[in-house]
Design a protein around this ligand. Structure first.
Ligand code: HQG
Length: 179
C-alpha cells in the first residue's frame, strides 16, 4: 500500500474509532473495540473498500501505532472524544514531559493550565522532538515543559497509552514552563 492510501485509511479509522462511530453505523464496546468483520462491512457499505490485509498493514505500519488489533477486534489506542474506558493503569511518569502547541494558545495555557478540551485527557509527549511534531499540526510549534515529578508529588495521576502518549486529566499552570 502506498503512503497516501495508508494515511487516508488511518485518518478514516481515527475519525470513526475515536470520534464518530455512528457516522458509519458501527458501535464501539465500552473499551472502544469493534469487530474487524463489522468494521470492514461498514466500510464496504459506504464504498470505502478496505481489505483485511490492508487493515492489518495500516495497524502495523502506522507511524504512531494509533490502533490495536486483538482477538479479531480493533480499537484506537488513544485520542477518543467518545466515552470509552481504555482500562488505563496509572504509571509513574518521567520527571519531565512535553506538550506541543502553538503560540496563540500559550497565554491561555499559562493562565489556566492545560485542559483536555474535547478529549478525555491532556496529551503529553515523552520528548521534545515529538512535541514539536504535535505542535506543528497547528502552525508554528511551541513546546511547553511539564514538571511531571512535581505533579506526582501533588497527587496527580498519569497514564501511558499503548502507543506511548502520556495522559493526565489536567496540568496546572504551576507545572508548566516555556522551553
Ligand atoms: C490546547 C495527535 C488554550 C492544546 C497528537 C492543543 C496528540 C489549550 C489543543 C493528540 C488549553 C487541543 C492530541 C488552554 C489545552 N487554553 N488552549 N487552557 N489547554 N489547549 O488535538 O495535544 O495524530 O485535543 O495545546 O499527536 O494537540 O491524532 O490535543 O493544541 O497525541 O494520533 O488545545 O492528537 O495524535 O487539541 O493532540 P487536541 P493535542 P493523532
Amino acid at each position: 500500500m502506498d503512503e497516501r492510501r495508508l494515511v487516508k485509511v488511518s485518518k478514516y479509522l481515527s475519525r470513526h474509532l475515536r470520534h464518530d462511530p455512528g457516522r458509519i453505523g458501527i458501535e464501539l464496546d465500552e473499551q472502544g473495540w469493534v469487530d474487524v468483520d463489522v468494521l470492514l462491512k461498514a466500510l464496504d457499505d459506504r464504498n470505502f473498500k478496505v481489505t483485511r490485509d490492508e487493515l492489518e498493514e495500516v495497524v502495523l505500519r502506522n507511524d504512531k501505532q494509533r490502533f490495536a488489533l486483538r482477538d479479531g477486534r480493533i480499537r484506537a489506542n488513544q485520542g477518543h472524544t467518545v466515552d470509552v474506558d481504555l482500562g488505563l493503569v496509572p504509571v509513574v511518569p518521567p520527571p519531565v514531559l512535553y506538550h506541543g502547541t502553538t503560540g496563540g494558545f500559550v497565554a491561555s495555557i499559562l493562565d489556566e493550565g492545560l485542559k483536555p478540551m474535547d478529549r478525555h485527557h491532556v496529551h503529553l509527549s515523552p520528548d521534545h522532538e515529538t512535541a514539536i511534531r504535535v505542535g506543528s499540526r497547528r502552525g508554528k510549534p511551541v513546546v511547553l515543559v511539564v514538571d511531571a515529578q512535581r505533579m506526582v508529588g501533588a497527587g496527580f495521576t498519569f497514564y501511558k497509552s499503548e502507543n506511548g502518549v502520556w495522559l493526565t486529566e489536567h496540568v496546572p499552570s504551576w507545572a508548566i514552563a516555556l522551553r
